[in-house]
Design a protein around this ligand. Structure first.
Ligand code: DX5
Ligand code: ZN
Length: 217
């Protein structure tokens, strides 16, 4: 069984007070910090890049989970690795040379993951799994925080969990991202996800209570 890990998405933090919000996440029991990198091309929004990852690195020892929502992520692995990312995930829809790029991430000593959009065939995850340290299934269309959870995630997650468990890949955890809240966390965990990203679900209201509720769902 994989431990349940909670990864607050800093996209919902106060960017003027990032260090304060990182400390609040640490004190509330966050396991990982999720960093959403958007390029305005793969997704409509533009967010943050390596300089902010480097700044975060100076104020926390929590693993930095960099979710690259960018076209041609292979061009930017070095920058994120050198900035201090610990986990780097790339979208299968945005990367032509998946195997090569996953290998590069691992050569930097980082955890490598692939991400699938809500309707991308799971076959991509099946093919990539043996080269991954984790797999991220989107439960919203990437680009923005605060969107509604897409229910087909639950079926897809169960299918992927079964595949991994029956193909000698039981050690690979599934991460979920988008619309995760204390109200749906239990169903998500039952479907086989163990790394729960949550932005608006933890930053709106009482952060510590939200993190506790999701971790103990
Ligand atoms: C969406 C991002 C998510 C987002 C999650 O493109 O990848 O990480 O910040 O935010 P919530 O939890 O509010 O859906
Ligand atoms: Zn994300």
């Amino acid at each position: 069984m994989h431990p349940i890990l909670i990864a607050p998405s800093l996209l919902s933090a106060d960017f003027v007070n990032l260090e304060r919000d990182v400390k609040r996440c640490e004190q509330a029991g966050a396991d990982i910090l999720h960093v959403d990198v958007m390029d305005g091309t793969f997704v409509p929004n533009i967010t943050i890049g390596p300089p902010v990852v480097a700044a975060l690195r100076r104020v926390t020892d929590l693993p930095l989970d960099c979710h690259l929502m960018i076209q041609n992520p292979e061009n930017h692995i070095a920058a994120f690795a050198e900035a201090g990312a610990d986990w780097i995930s790339l979208h299968v829809e945005a990367c032509t040379h998946l195997h090569r790029t996953l290998s590069v991430i691992k050569e930097y000593g980082k955890k490598a993951g692939v991400v699938l959009n809500p309707l991308t065939p799971l076959d991509y995850a099946y093919q990539a799994a043996e080269y991954c340290d984790f797999i991220l299934l989107m439960s919203v269309n990437p680009g923005f925080g605060g969107q509604q959870f897409i229910n087909s995630f639950l079926r897809r997650c169960s299918e992927l969990r079964t595949f991994l468990d029956t193909h000698g890949l039981a050690h690979i955890p599934i991460e979920v991202d988008g619309g995760v809240k204390k109200e749906n966390a239990r169903a998500i965990i039952e479907a086989g996800a163990s790394i729960l990203v949550s932005g608006s679900g933890v930053f709106s209201g009482n952060l510590a209570d939200n993190i506790y509720a999701i971790k103990n769902a």
